[in-house]
Design a protein. Structure first.
Length: 651
């Protein structure tokens, strides 16, 4: 595996998270950014939601260098960017792209080389068309996917919904077709064959580690869930061990259909926070099958297909199919990967890696066509480390060149000038960019280490909130730390009777069963969070149950010492009152060496039967007087017609 050493660095003012090349001219790329800003509020003010701003940057990539041509500030964070399919016009304009925002809206822009008067610009410019508000402003649109053959768009939302809409000039209505338990990250339209015809469907993944699919009915006017699906809607929660962040259907060829029987269904590449890149076969009927998987060393956030080719072995004549991929691996950087298939056998080969993003998460990557830009010069973007990985973000350092100090002074001067100058946004009044004490405290608070309990869903205090990055997750911690935190969660407030209340073994048994039941209930709740925690809980549950049993065994031994009836020097003759008469009896018969009921060897010196010691209530109920009756006792029994009286055996 080769390390990518030849690369260029371009530092932006805000955090980049998406990059796209202009399809018309791959020398220009658009980079979307975002950042979180919170206004300072007093104690009397009502709390406000998180506010995000961002920017669109037009970057020229030419002659092995990158240069920012234009920057547009936005009043929302930019989460995804997609160009409208070729041939589609919006308001009579081509080269239109849409961006998903942090305010529940889709903003439309286009790239133009000429102004309204027909004059040609030195460089293209990004021009805003309009913004369409589709969802409440506190909902984040995390991803967009345009239908390849129609004017339809699919969207994933921070509240877990996956929605589709007809992309018309005045469209404002959407249809929710899928629902995840947590934030949905990505979706894609899928074309598959089955039943002798072709059908379109939608596949999505989310933070709940679930992959979901549904067939769609699509026409020029509307889009909805299919009423006669060829593939029934399904969900798969067993394949991925953490959130599903990337899905990419790959095209099939007659070669792949013959070798893998994919003529019924489709092939799908997936990425997850569990660090694995997988190839799945999703058939029309039956379970999904993992054809190949590879550990990338970091969470797989995005997968891009660069090319697909076939090659024939001149010796054996066998055909091999090769897919070239670029994979964003967050903290592990980026990987250039080959997916190869030969004789129905699939496998991943990591050809090169980029790991110069120390202290950052790499969220976006893209390649220009191979005919114009070498593969090793693929621009990669990264963002500062987010709370999902618990680490001090101050460790991030920008690679320093020989003119680092000079460029740093120029950047600081440019920032000071920008803070003083009013900023004009399309159709919005000017405002001044001033960072107050409140946002500074919020940024410092956001950068602090934090742990989030992912299973607390119904508690309003822990309700999912909009975040500019994945939540700090228990799943991202080392296994030993996870097990320690899970063990601490099981120690919370399990009520038990006190020592004064435990006067007999039956109460000890009752308290033990109560606490064990409550412990098992909590174990069941934690095991239902995710497959990863279910594996961790096998060890944690075993340890906690052993500790609980050891605690009661110790307590039972202490209580045994304090019981007068258990002392060997206790006065054994029975004194009992029956209807005002005192009956005294002295038993001369010795107890047998083995208990008649429990079939347990007994100690001669022990005055109690093993069953009596274990469960006295049942012992009294199931025993009666047998022999060894005194004359006074028999007379009393015959006189009052009562039943037998329990008599202790003396040694």
């Amino acid at each position: 595996m080769e390390d990518i050493e030849d690369f260029k660095v371009l530092t932006l003012d805000l955090r980049p998270d998406v990059v796209k090349f202009w399809p018309k001219n791959d020398q220009y790329a658009i980079v979307g950014t975002y950042t979180l800003v919170e206004d300072e509020t007093s104690e009397s003010d009502e709390p406000t939601g998180q506010v995000r701003v961002g920017s669109l940057n037009l970057v020229q990539v030419a002659d092995g260098d990158m240069e920012i041509i234009q920057t547009l500030q936005t009043q929302f964070g930019v989460y995804d960017l997609q160009f409208v399919p070729e041939g589609s016009l919006i308001d009579g304009k081509s080269d239109v792209f849409a961006i998903s925002t942090s305010t529940g809206a889709i903003a439309l822009y286009y790239i133009s080389s000429n102004d309204d008067g027909g004059n040609t610009f030195d460089h293209p410019k990004i021009i805003h068309i309009r913004t369409i508000q589709l969802f409440p402003t506190d909902v984040l649109i995390t991803f967009l996917a345009f239908h390849p053959e129609g004017r339809h768009v699919a969207m994933t939302l921070s509240d877990g919904q996956v929605c589709v809409a007809a992309f018309e000039p005045n469209a404002s209505s959407t249809v929710a077709v899928l629902q995840h338990d947590f934030q949905a990250w990505m979706c894609s339209f899928v074309k598959h064959s089955g039943g002798g015809s072709e059908q379109w469907g939608l596949i999505s993944g989310g933070d709940d580690a679930i992959l979901r699919y549904i067939d769609l009915d699509i026409d020029q006017e509307s889009i909805s869930a299919s009423q006669t699906p060829q593939i029934m809607p399904w969900m798969d929660r067993k394949i991925h061990q953490a959130g599903v962040t990337a899905v990419l259907p790959i095209s099939q060829t007659p070669h792949t259909e013959a070798s893998t029987s994919t003529s019924n269904g489709f092939l799908l590449l997936t990425g997850s926070y569990d660090d694995h890149l997988r190839l799945l076969h999703c058939p029309t009927m039956g379970r999904r099958v993992v054809l190949a998987e590879e550990n990338m060393g970091g969470g797989v956030f995005r997968i891009k297909l660069v090319s697909m080719s076939t090659r024939v072995d001149p010796v054996s004549g066998e055909t091999e199919l090769v897919y070239l991929l670029i994979v964003s691996c967050m903290q592990a950087g980026a990987r250039i990967v080959k997916l190869c298939e030969k004789d129905g056998d699939w496998h991943f080969d990591v050809e090169a890696k980029f790991e110069k993003n120390e202290g950052t998460l790499l969220y976006a990557n893209l390649s220009a066509p191979l005919t114009s830009v070498p593969l090793t010069s693929v621009p990669l973007t990264s963002v500062p480390l987010q709370p999902r990985i618990i680490m001090d973000p101050s460790t991030h350092e920008t690679p320093r060149g020989k003119n680092y100090k000079k460029n740093q002074r120029q950047r600081e001067a440019k920032k000071r000038k920008a803070l003083k100058a009013p900023l004009k946004i399309d159709n919005q009044p000017p405002y001044y960019r001033v960072l107050r004490a409140g946002p500074r405290k919020a940024i410092k608070k956001e950068a602090a280490k934090k742990y989030i309990h992912p299973w607390i869903r119904n508690n309003p205090a822990f309700r999912l909130q909009d975040r500019d990055a994945p939540t700090a997750s228990l799943l991202g911690l080392p296994k030993e730390v996870r097990q320690k935190i899970l063990g601490m969660c099981l120690e919370e407030d399990i009520p038990c009777p006190g020592r004064d209340f435990i006067r007999h073994s039956m109460y000890v048994e009752g308290g033990r069963s109560t606490r064990m039941g409550q412990l098992c209930g909590k174990i069941g709740v934690l095991c239902g969070v995710s497959p990863v925690l279910r594996c961790d809980m096998e060890f944690v549950a075993k340890v906690k149950k052993e500790e609980l049993l050891a605690e009661y065994e110790k307590r039972e031994k202490e209580e045994m010492k304090d019981r007068g009836v258990a002392r060997w020097d206790q006065n054994l003759p029975l004194d009992s009152k029956r209807k005002g008469k005192v009956v005294k009896a002295k038993v001369s018969k010795k107890r047998p060496q083995r208990c008649w009921n429990t079939d347990v060897n007994v100690v001669v010196e022990d005055p109690l039967c093993p069953m009596e010691r274990k469960n006295p209530g049942a012992w009294y109920q199931n025993t009666k007087v047998y022999r060894a009756r005194s004359r006074a006792f028999r007379e009393d029994q015959e006189g009052n017609g009562q039943g037998g009286q329990k008599i202790r055996f003396s040694d």
